[in-house]
Design a protein around this ligand. Structure first.
Ligand SMILES: NC(=O)c1ccc[n+]([C@@H]2O[C@H](COP(=O)([O-])OP(=O)(O)OC[C@H]3O[C@@H](n4cnc5c(N)ncnc54)[C@H](O)[C@@H]3O)[C@@H](O)[C@H]2O)c1
Length: 339
């Protein structure tokens, strides 16, 4: 099958993971171009990833590099105009979450996708590709837990990385916008409905800087869906033990828990502290397989001219819900979600 030539924009915390996967681990593609505002990252792309074309100018990469597809992993406010520019240039697009930072931006991306039905648009909600979450969904679809009616989702960043979270909290739009979109997507996927109403609260005990920046250290939300199901969200920045994502799906005939303890592997260390297992430290470690598998699927979609399960509208809906949760957190009132 024909090799797909790919460019990547964004070589930061996550973009570098995708770039390495595209360069070395994914069959059927070749990473030939890279774009970043950071010259050091571009040097790395040239020297280590062997890309032929490296630039700080995104439009230049799209207009001049010999590529058929782009992975957009730039900062979130850049996503939607890049999606539009890339599709209009006749190239396939992978874009990481969030789709956009406002409803208006998401609508621009939707219109671009609608203008180019012959191109693949692939949204990076990679948790759907994580083998444990995919297995949970297969169990639900096979009716193993009856009717799923409640999802409890926890997503905690490690205290070890709290300084970068504090810095980011000034511009991120807040913890719900930054950290909750994967859980919102999973809730919709597992419960099979749309979120109609949310109520949120937050609290800060360790790092007052979060409150000073208009954000919260710990956030929680209750969500109602249009099919009578409900969900609970808990996000935070100060997990002492490591990076902790945990999801429970409760059904009429059974429960499924994903990662109730975020073990790093199956190793047990026996030492002066007793017998202990290590914990996942960060998101690239926890979701390494998912980041790889979703990109494998993106390339496969292009080669086989098929569409992925996730659509641009899933991205818009998740964005709308995270903004509604943020409104509720600031107003202290329940908020109806308007689509
Ligand atoms: N799916 C996940 O689990 C997950 C995890 C982390 C981040 N993300 C998302 O990935 C995206 C990147 O996050 P990150 O943590 O890697 O950010 P980062 O700040 O580490 O890196 C951002 C990168 O984008 C580049 N960039 C920004 N604006 C640009 C522009 N106009 N032109 C060219 N390059 C530009 C920067 O040079 C840098 O290389 C964000 O949208 C974030 O929400 C997703």
């Amino acid at each position: 099958m024909k090799e797909v030539k790919v460019g990547v924009v964004g070589l930061g915390r996550l973009g570098s993971v995708y770039a390495e996967n595209l360069a070395f681990k994914i069959p059927g593609c070749k990473l030939v171009a890279a774009c970043s505002l950071d010259e050091k990252e571009l040097e790395w792309a040239k020297d280590y990833l062997n890309v032929d074309f490296a630039t700080t100018d995104y439009k230049k990469m799209i207009d001049e590099a010999d590529i058929e597809a782009v992975a957009i992993v730039s900062s979130s406010p850049e996503h939607c105009w890049m999606i539009e520019y890339t599709l209009d240039a006749g190239k396939h697009v992978f874009c990481d979450k969030p789709l956009g930072c406002s409803l208006e931006e998401c609508k621009r991306a939707e219109a671009a996708v609608e203008r180019h039905p012959d191109k693949v648009f692939f949204l990076g909600f990679m948790r759907r590709y994580d083998p444990s979450y995919a297995h949970a969904k297969a169990q639900i679809d096979a009716n193993k837990i009856g009717k799923p009616y409640l999802v409890k989702a926890t997503g905690l960043d490690p205290e070890a990385l709290v300084e970068s979270c504090i810095k980011f909290s000034k511009t991120s739009g807040g913890i719900f916008i930054d950290a909750a979109s994967h859980d919102i997507d999973l809730m919709r996927w597992f419960l099979g409905g749309e979120i109609t109403e949310v109520y949120a609260a937050g609290t800060t005990f360790k790092h007052p800087e979060f409150t000073e920046n208009g954000d919260t250290e710990t956030g929680m939300a209750m969500l109602k869906l249009d099919n009578g199901t409900v969900a609970f969200l808990h996000v935070g920045r100060t997990a002492p033990h490591g990076y902790h994502t945990e999801t429970e799906i409760v059904g009429t005939e059974g429960h499924i828990r994903v990662a109730d303890v975020p073990w790093k592997d199956r190793t047990m260390v026996y030492d002066q502290y007793g017998a202990r297992q290590e914990i996942i430290e960060n998101f690239p470690q926890r979701f390494a397989e998912a980041y790889l598998l979703e990109m494998v699927d993106f390339i496969d979609c292009i080669q086989k001219d098929r569409k992925p399960e996730l659509t641009v509208y899933d991205g818009t809906k998740a964005t709308i819900v995270t903004y509604a949760i943020t409104d509720s957190f600031h107003s202290g009132k329940a908020v109806k979600v308007e689509y």
